[in-house]
Design a protein around this ligand. Structure first.
Ligand SMILES: *[C@@H]1O[C@H](CO)[C@@H](O)[C@H](O)[C@H]1NC(C)=O
Ligand SMILES: *[C@@H]1O[C@H](CO)[C@@H](O)[C@H](O)[C@H]1NC(C)=O
Length: 244
């Protein structure tokens, strides 16, 4: 009997614990029904520089710059490419250009523009890129000029303690960029001539490299979006996220 009533009390307490959004964030909410697209583009662009500072309560990492410890980008018999101490600059200056909500809480897609995403860190590479042998380790930088990135997360609504929450069911990242500039320092044990030639070769063939490596990178970035989406939406009920 005691156990049973304790159980009911616990359930009761939990029921009222639907987490409230931090106050600053409440001002950036949009109504799902009225003019959602324009509202989201306007308020979203105001909130990007704010949340880019990071907010543990909202499960948003610091993004000025975004820092990643390790990334095993490629690990195949012909190529091993590993990055570490990665810093990604320019995320706080991205602009939302479009947003679409899918029917019945089915998810969303958001198109963002980034004029200058710059990635810096340490690389280590060994193998073949586009049939040329490549080997080395040292600092690198990568400049992505005028990119458009479309993040898509499909989702469904489910009920928890009488409230509706989102849960992701899939994710995807589509992208196009105008140009990519590579700079790998200390290639081929610091042989400057070979290193310069390789960097020139990579820069001339950036579009082929994007075809080869883009999908793998997009998958990693996309699953990061999805994890953030799930961390956020598993805590805040749908009625907390949107104005009613
Ligand atoms: C891009 O951003 C990086 C890092 O903020 C900066 O160093 C670089 O000058 C920028 N490049 C252009 C072309 O704006
Ligand atoms: C891309 O940038 C490089 C400099 O790294 C430049 O030489 C090249 O002309 C640019 N290509 C395009 C398509 O803009």
């Amino acid at each position: 009997m005691f156990v049973r009533s304790l159980f009911i009390v616990l359930q009761f307490v939990y029921f009222f614990q639907a987490k409230e959004l931090p106050e600053f964030f409440q001002n950036y909410r949009c109504s799902l029904t009225k003019d959602f697209r324009n509202c989201f583009i306007e308020k979203g662009n105001k909130v990007i520089p704010v949340i880019a500072k990071g907010d543990p309560e909202l499960h948003i990492p610091k993004m000025i710059p975004l820092e990643l410890k390790h990334l095993q980008l490629v690990e195949t018999p012909t190529l091993n490419l590993h990055l570490s101490d990665i810093k990604i600059y320019g995320l706080d200056e991205m602009k939302i250009r479009d947003v679409r909500l899918f029917k019945n809480y089915g998810g969303f897609s958001a198109m963002l523009e980034g004029k200058n995403l710059t990635i810096e860190g340490q690389y280590s590479v060994n193998g073949k890129i586009l049939v040329l042998p490549i080997k080395g380790n040292g600092p690198f930088s990568l400049y992505l000029k005028n990119g458009l990135y479309k993040a898509i997360v499909t989702a469904e609504a489910y009920e928890k303690n009488g409230k509706k929450y989102f849960r992701s069911t899939g994710d995807k990242l589509e992208y196009s960029v105008e140009n990519i500039t590579f700079d790998l320092d200390n290639l081929f044990d610091g042989n400057k001539q070979l290193g310069d030639e390789m960097n020139r070769f990579l820069n001339e063939n950036w579009d082929l490299l994007l075809t080869d490596f883009g999908p793998g990178i997009a998958k990693i970035v996309s699953s990061m979006h999805r994890k953030m989406f799930d961390a956020f939406t598993s805590e805040y009920a749908i009625y907390e996220i949107f104005l009613e």
